[in-house]
Design a protein around this ligand. Sequence first.
Ligand SMILES: C[S@@+](CC[C@H](N)C(=O)[O-])C[C@H]1O[C@@H](n2cnc3c(N)ncnc32)[C@H](O)[C@@H]1O
Length: 249
Amino acid sequence: MDSTTRANRSAWETAAHKYVDEYDDHLAQAATGSELVDIERDLLREVLSRSPAVVHPQSGHGLDDIALVRAGARSVVGVDYSSVTVGAAQRRADELGAPCRYVIAAVPGMPLASTCADLVYTGKGALIWMPDLVAWARDVARVLRPAGHLFVYEAHPAVPLWTWDEDEPRIRADRSYFGRAHVNDTFPGNGAVEWQWTLGQIVTTVAAAGMEILHLSEHPEPFWRAGGVSAAAWGGRLPNSFALLARKT
Ligand SMILES: C[S@@+](CC[C@H](N)C(=O)[O-])C[C@H]1O[C@@H](n2cnc3c(N)ncnc32)[C@H](O)[C@@H]1O
């Protein structure tokens, strides 16, 4: 593991105590099964109707996994390198009787059998932690069975540029769309380094790993809003998230 990824992991371990401290709130939220947004539900409807075995790289608090099960998934295996996060997610799933299993491991390099997944579901703050997108895409393609699907719902790569000014959106002077990385100044904080990938790089990397792009859309809604902030950049004129559906060829 490279030194930046090691430092990011430590930042996540620290930040993940939130999932333990706010365990009851997260449990109540998970129990509603409502974590998937409409964009996700619409795009995943057909795939989920076939009871897929799901692998969720960088599964985090796991609320998405309970929602995936409620929406039709047969099972979910979540992989995350934070032992604190994995512990809280497993406890929550067990309490709710959801068929979710969590593994502490780094992505890429998931310790899962090849072709074990009908669907790889990921995003909501996942790709920014990958210093090597080619290796990530290869690992995703490896665990997918032939004709299995990859679904990503993620922050739009332009998001690091937007200020959170409430009067009107502005572009941050310290960021570039074509930058390689920047220091995260929100969550998990603690000096974590986010890697940047343009939309072109993401799509090309997925296709080069042997997956056919079925859908790519850009959306004005952010997948995450900092509490108490109502940024003009979220008002509908700018891209804040994207959704991608691909099928292994
Ligand atoms: C913002 S969360 C996204 C996941 C989930 N949707 C959520 O909201 O909790 C990012 C997660 O990625 C995990 N993560 C970051 N880099 C990772 C890596 N290289 N391998 C495994 N997990 C990683 C972190 O521990 C964190 O739980």
